[in-house]
Ligand binder design. Structure first.
Ligand code: INI
Length: 166
């Protein structure tokens, strides 16, 4: 019993599937609003996908005006037969009004809806922060802190995992 528990906990700490990127096609939807953050996320995401073995032609990137528009584009891409996952990148940074909540909540809800409706991984690489500084810290490359890198890894893991579940 104790040994099985130990084994399960150990297994949870790292991806349970082998990630081989040779045949995947990944679509990235990036938000132009706060594009100084989106570009930094995109760069780290792209580098990680390439490091994992994807070729340029296996990655499609499209830009939308703001994070609120991400789900509509993600849905169209996720419905494509040759797209295995959609990675969404952007930054919603709190301002003085309720707009932040609406954009952040609806973007998040929309991404999850696309994933559940299509059965494909839709990765939430949209930062929701109180300040620009918090966003910049999560979009910098020092110490592997860039959430674009995490988004790439999550996409690859989820593609492999969902394909494995029969
Ligand atoms: N879009 C973002 O991606 N981040 C934000 O911080 C943001 N703020 O703060 O307003 C934002 N707004 C634009 C929104 O996503 C839509 O593009 C716009 O409302 C038009 O539908």
């Amino acid at each position: 019993m104790a040994a099985q528990k130990k084994k399960n906990i150990k297994a949870a700490a790292k991806p349970s599937v082998r990630i081989t990127a040779s045949k995947f096609h990944i679509a990235i939807v990036a938000s132009r609003f706060n594009d100084f953050i989106s570009k930094a996320l995109l760069n780290a995401c792209w580098m990680e996908l390439k490091r994992s073995g994807l070729r340029d032609e296996q990655i499609t990137t499209i830009w939308v005006p703001g994070s609120f528009e991400i789900p509509a584009a993600a849905l169209k891409l996720a419905r494509k037969k040759n797209v295995d996952a959609v990675i969404c990148l952007g930054a919603v940074i709190r301002g003085e009004t309720y707009h932040f909540e609406v954009v952040a909540n609806e973007a998040g809800r929309g991404m999850m809806q696309v994933s559940l409706a299509t059965g494909k991984p839709v990765i939430m690489g949209v930062l929701t922060t109180d300040t620009v500084d918090q966003a910049q810290k999560r979009a910098q490359d020092k110490g592997g802190a860039n959430k674009g890198l995490d988004a790439a890894r999550s996409a690859l893991e989820m593609i492999a995992l969902l394909k494995q579940i029969k």
